[in-house]
Design a protein around this ligand. Sequence first.
Ligand code: AMP
Ligand code: MN
Ligand code: MN
Ligand code: MN
Length: 275
Amino acid sequence: MKVDLHCHTDASDGVLTPLDLLSRARANSVDLLAITDHDTVKGLQSLTKLDTGSIRLINGIEFSCHWQNKEIHVVGLNFELEEPKLIKFIQSQQELRKQRAIRIGEKLEKIGYMDTYSAACINGKTESPGRPHFAEALVQMGVVSNQKKAFHRLLGDGKSGHCKHEWPNVSEIIQRIHAAGGKTVLAHPSRYTISDRQLEQMISDFADLGGDAIEVISGRQNPLVTQKLAKLSVGHQLSASVGSDFHRPGQPWADLGCCVPLPSQCTSIWADWIA
Ligand code: AMP
Ligand code: MN
Ligand code: MN
Ligand code: MN
């Protein structure tokens, strides 16, 4: 079975529309798919009335939150899409994103790059654009030659256009997803800039707070990393998830639905959903 439980549409910082993403999933023979846009379910909502054929679509979202004052991402899966408290909370995350984006625009203005907030809004088709939409604006303005450089020079952690942000704590995210009937997955554990000891602490805390799974497979990763994460998931009695973190065709890490299978010792987060 081909599973991909982490990807993005143009409802956040992906480039494909939800319909085009589904077509790509079909072309890549995906059986189980979760669309997990950053702090929004808008893409997903546009598909609720659609017959997705052989693809089983799982409700998903990727929440921005804090663990020990570090920004981390938690994927929520298989929650009730219409749950009023969750919908309201997602609106508050969008408002936080908007306030952050305005501040990023102000910071960039101070160092001479004007009107990036409005350009980012146009790029993201939203008032709450993400950093990739600012990166795109900086490329369009000729400030940098590509988005990676925009993050490296201006938008990455600690750079002059970066805003430290007051995201909710990871515990709140776990509680809110559970209250809407969903499961919680620590996203791309190996992508945070932390030591191995901190990584183990993060996973241990996530388990203690009631988190359900970690992404043992994220995009294309070193098999040694996969082994390490499989061991941590088993050791902390967490289930395991798989996600490409697909944003756009041609991205260097993994195409939609094109991840390696979970190591055999892992318990998949989706085992109960397909029974
Ligand atoms: P945001 O959610 O607005 O904080 O933006 C984070 C998103 O930016 C991530 O989900 C990635 O899609 C993208 N991103 C993060 N770091 C980089 C980077 N170094 N180069 C390009 N894109 C990045
Ligand atoms: Mn992203
Ligand atoms: Mn992420
Ligand atoms: Mn993602």
